[in-house]
Design a protein around this ligand. Structure first.
Ligand SMILES: [Zn+2]
Length: 205
């Protein structure tokens, strides 16, 4: 079973919000401007995404993206704020990068593959090399493995400010929205680097 998300949420407080736009009262200079998530993270969608995390399955990615794009096109009214954002801003897509420690067990980033295909379908630029996760944020010595992972969590940096110079808006793409901490942190970093508008997009939530 595949379930469409009926009620969009504000990416800051996660309460319901029309079209996924951030509530005016939740907004500040560094918050996401809105969030669009298409499917509930359950059933077939959850299975497909879990498979993706451990295996490169390009046919699964194509199916997921096909379903996602079909839903976007079938219900344009539901996603009107999202369409307004991409039509007005023509934002490049930036995928959420993997943690360095996850890259060791896996050799690809499903958000990057999903983001790339969505970019092609929506005819947006794809910029996977701007947002990165540096290997070491603070000295790791002396920390347990668990503390190390916590310490690294959410630590993004901008790879090249030069590449961001001409970019006023970004569509940030991830496979799943869970707590939202990752997308909020990425938006924060991008806005501090001068990006004016950032919208989040996930296949599932
Ligand atoms: Zn809110």
């Amino acid at each position: 079973m595949i379930h469409i998300i009926e009620v969009a949420i504000c990416p800051v407080c996660t309460r319901s919000s029309i079209g996924g736009a951030t509530h005016p009262g939740c907004r500040n200079k560094y918050t996401l401007d809105g969030l669009t998530s298409i499917f509930r993270y359950s059933g077939g969608i959850q299975r497909a995404i879990k498979h993706l995390k451990y295996r490169r399955m390009t046919d699964v990615i194509s199916s997921l993206v096909n379903l996602t794009i079909a839903q976007l096109q079938n219900e344009k009214e539901r996603y009107r704020y999202f369409y307004t954002f991409i039509q007005n801003e023509k934002p490049p897509i930036i995928p959420i990068p993997l943690h360095w420690w996850r890259e060791r067990g896996r050799w690809f980033n499903q958000s990057e593959l999903i983001g790339q295909e969505i970019a092609e379908r929506l005819q947006l630029e794809f910029k996977p090399d701007i947002l990165i996760r540096p290997k070491f944020k603070t000295p790791q010595a002396g920390l347990t493995r668990k503390d190390r992972l916590t310490n690294i969590k959410g630590s993004f940096t901008i790879n090249s400010n030069e590449k961001l110079r001409m970019t006023s808006a970004i569509l940030l793409v991830d496979d799943v929205w869970t707590t939202g901490a990752t997308l909020r942190e990425a938006a924060n970093i991008l806005k501090r680097a001068g990006v004016k508008r950032v919208w989040g997009f996930t296949v599932a939530r």
